[in-house]
Design a protein around this ligand. Structure first.
Ligand code: SAH
Ligand code: SF4
Length: 365
């Protein structure tokens, strides 16, 4: 069986190198070739002994997901549709800004959590992405963008992707075992060398796994809040029935002990007439009084088949002003890449839903 090196963090790569009878320092060398220099051909790894290159050619591959399509928005946002096998596809989005480049990565083909306002949630769920598929998105983007900006392939001074957010398709914490090694690679100096503050996990609030992430691999945390009462959040995000607001916010406070930043980002999608009233702003300020936080308002992005509407610009401005006056730093997310359906919540890829089939099977049983 060949091993895909893209999916091996430092520890796993060392184990692999030992298995093929090589010294531990080879793992570091190999990691640099694979991730820093994005080399997929072992023969071209010029400072490895010829025998090792031959062994690698036998036993391993460096295989990122296949790109199905690659589109650019008028505003410079770029979106790749990637093959996840068996009729599934996931999306990765690159968002260039003046002083940084953010890559938004998917972690699952679909999502089991079925939030009311989310296109991914409406698609159902097929499977978790592997570590190689998660890291492969960063690998591919770095490769494609370096070519696009005519960078020298080896000129690492000019980092194109400066930030990674796990805000694409899927709930990252429900794919914990594959996501954490991917995070470790993003942070590893021999691979992508990003600081913990520049890697963000966005979660709908899986309380026990927020605690685990804090203990095992703390990176910046964003929590999708979207409602100020359990009644509304239960409706918009069914996961709230399992982990209600009070428990979620307590987990956020615990996370801050080890977090690389001294605040939690709360995402709040602005749904006209649903959660955007002045009383909601007041409730939100009260709810977050005990949690060092920043709020990121996300204008709702529409997609076919949904009743929700985006709050008006004026309502969003007022909501934001209220929170800022209450002492909570609040920003409004710029909608990027809408013309190529790359904005938050619009990522749909292609998902062969298995969840409904499972429910049917349960009924039969
Ligand atoms: N599952 C994770 C990460 C992926 S979703 C999570 O829920 O946090 C990334 C962000 O986009 C979340 O805050 C999510 O609530 C938001 N989002 C989902 N659908 C949206 C839509 N239609 N318009 C705007 N934001 C949306
Ligand atoms: Fe899943 Fe996040 Fe979409 Fe909810 S908002 S369905 S958790 S991807």
């Amino acid at each position: 069986m060949t091993t895909n090196l893209l999916g091996l963090d430092a520890q796993a790569l060392e184990a692999f190198v030992a298995k093929i009878g090589e010294k531990p320092f080879r793992a570091k060398q190999l990691m640099r070739w694979v991730h820093r220099y994005r080399e997929s051909c072992f023969t071209d790894m010029s400072d490895l002994a010829k025998t090792l290159r031959e062994k690698l050619t036998e036993a391993a591959v460096v295989a990122a997901p296949r790109v199905i399509s690659d589109g650019s928005s008028e505003d410079g946002t770029r979106k790749w549709l990637l093959d996840a096998g068996n009729g599934n596809a996931v999306e990765t989005v690159f968002i260039p800004e003046a002083n940084r480049g953010t890559l938004c990565i998917s972690t699952q083909a679909g999502c089991t959590l079925a939030c009311e306002f989310c296109s991914t949630g409406k698609q159902g769920f097929n499977r978790n992405l592997t570590t190689a598929e998660i890291v492969g998105q960063l690998w591919l983007a770095n490769r494609a963008l370096a070519v696009m900006s005519h960078d020298e392939r080896f000129a690492l001074g000019k980092r194109v992707v400066t930030n990674v957010v796990l805000m694409g398709m899927g709930e990252p914490l429900l794919n914990y075992d594959n996501v954490v090694p991917a995070l470790r690679l993003m942070l590893d100096d021999n691979a992508y060398g990003l600081s913990r503050r520049r890697v963000t996990v966005s979660t709908s609030g899986i309380v026990p796994l927020i605690d685990r992430l804090r203990d095992e691999c703390p990176v910046a945390l964003a929590v999708s809040l979207h409602a100020t009462s359990d009644a509304l959040r239960d409706r918009l995000m069914p996961i709230n029935r399992k982990y209600p607001l009070r428990e979620l916010l307590a987990a956020c406070v615990r996370y801050l002990d080890r977090a690389p930043r001294d605040f939690i980002t709360f995402e709040y999608v602005m749904l006209s007439g649903v959660n955007d009233g002045e009383h909601h702003a007041r409730e939100l300020a009260a709810l977050l009084a005990e949690v060092p936080s920043k709020v990121n308002l996300i204008p709702f992005n529409a997609f076919p088949g949904l009743e929700f509407e985006r709050s008006s610009r004026e309502v969003i401005r007022r909501f934001s002003d209220f929170l800022n006056t209450a002492g909570i730093v609040t920003t409004t997310r710029k909608t990027r890449g809408e013309d190529i359906d790359a904005a938050c919540g619009q990522l749909a890829g292609q998902v062969q839903d298995r969840t409904r089939r499972l429910i049917r099977m349960e009924k039969v049983a």
